[in-house]
Design a protein around this ligand. Structure first.
Ligand code: COA
Length: 169
C-alpha cells in the first residue's frame, strides 16, 4: 500500500484537500504553527492554515525557503512533508504529518524516502529534523530512513546523510 506514495508541491489544487484531512484527522499543533484563534478547527485557524501554506508556494527560492509537498497515497491527499533550507550550505530540514487513519502503515517512511531523493536531486547533502523523545512514530520513520539521532533534554535531533541517496530518479 505504501508503495503508491507520491509527493506534489502544495498548490491551489491540493490545498483544500490537505485542509480537509488536517481538520478531520489531525491536531492543529501537529500541522501548523500556533495562532491566536479559538481552539479546534475554527474559521480563523482554517484561514491561517491556508495562509501558512500559500506563503511557501514559491518553494525553496521563495521568501520562506520552504517547499511543502502534499503526500499522495493512491492519488489521495493524506498529509504533508516539507523541505526547508537551512543557513548551512547543502543542509535542509524536514517535518511531516499524516491524517490519523493513514498512520502506522509505512506511509511516513515511504514519504520521507521520496523527500530524500528530491532533496538529493536539489543538491542537498544532509537533511535534519527535530522531534521529541515521546514521538515514537517520528523516531521510527527517521531511524528507518538512516538517521543518526542525538537527544538533548526534550529534543531529539536527527541527521540523515544523502551521500547514499540516488541523485537522479
Ligand atoms: C510521525 C508520522 C508521520 C509517522 O508516519 P507513519 O506512517 O505513521 O510511520 P510508519 O508507518 O512509516 O512507521 C515507521 C516505523 O516507525 C515506528 N512507528 C510508527 N508509528 C509508531 C507508533 N505509534 N508507536 C511506535 N512506533 C511507531 C515503527 O517502528 C515503524 O516501523 P514498522 O512499521 O516496521 O514497525 C505520523 O505518525 C504522524 O503524522 N504523526 C503526527 C504528526 C507528527 O508527530 N509529526 C512528526 C513531527 S516531528
Amino acid at each position: 500500500m505504501a508503495g503508491d506514495v507520491r509527493l506534489v508541491p502544495v498548490d491551489d489544487k491540493t490545498l483544500e484537500p490537505l485542509l480537509s484531512v488536517a481538520a478531520a484527522e489531525a491536531e492543529p499543533d501537529d500541522v501548523m504553527p500556533p495562532v491566536d484563534a479559538p481552539a479546534g478547527w475554527s474559521h480563523a485557524r482554517r484561514e491561517a492554515f491556508r495562509e501558512f501554506h500559500r506563503a511557501s508556494y514559491d518553494g525553496l527560492e521563495g521568501p520562506t525557503g520552504t517547499v511543502m509537498y502534499a503526500i499522495l497515497l493512491g492519488g489521495e491527499v493524506v498529509g504533508m512533508i516539507r523541505l526547508a533550507r537551512r543557513p548551512e550550505p547543502g543542509v535542509a530540514e524536514t517535518g511531516m504529518w499524516l491524517g490519523r487513519s493513514f498512520r502506522g502503515q509505512g506511509v511516513g517512511v515511504a514519504a520521507l524516502r521520496e523527500l530524500l531523493t528530491e532533496a538529493a536531486g536539489l543538491g542537498m547533502r544532509t537533511v535534519v529534523a527535530e522531534t521529541t523523545p515521546d514521538n515514537s512514530g517520528a523516531i521510527g520513520v527517521l531511524t528507518k530512513c538512516g538517521a543518526t539521532l542525538s537527544a538533548t533534554g526534550d529534543t531529539v535531533r536527527a541527521e540523515i546523510s544523502l551521500d547514499l541517496v540516488p541523485r537522479e530518479r
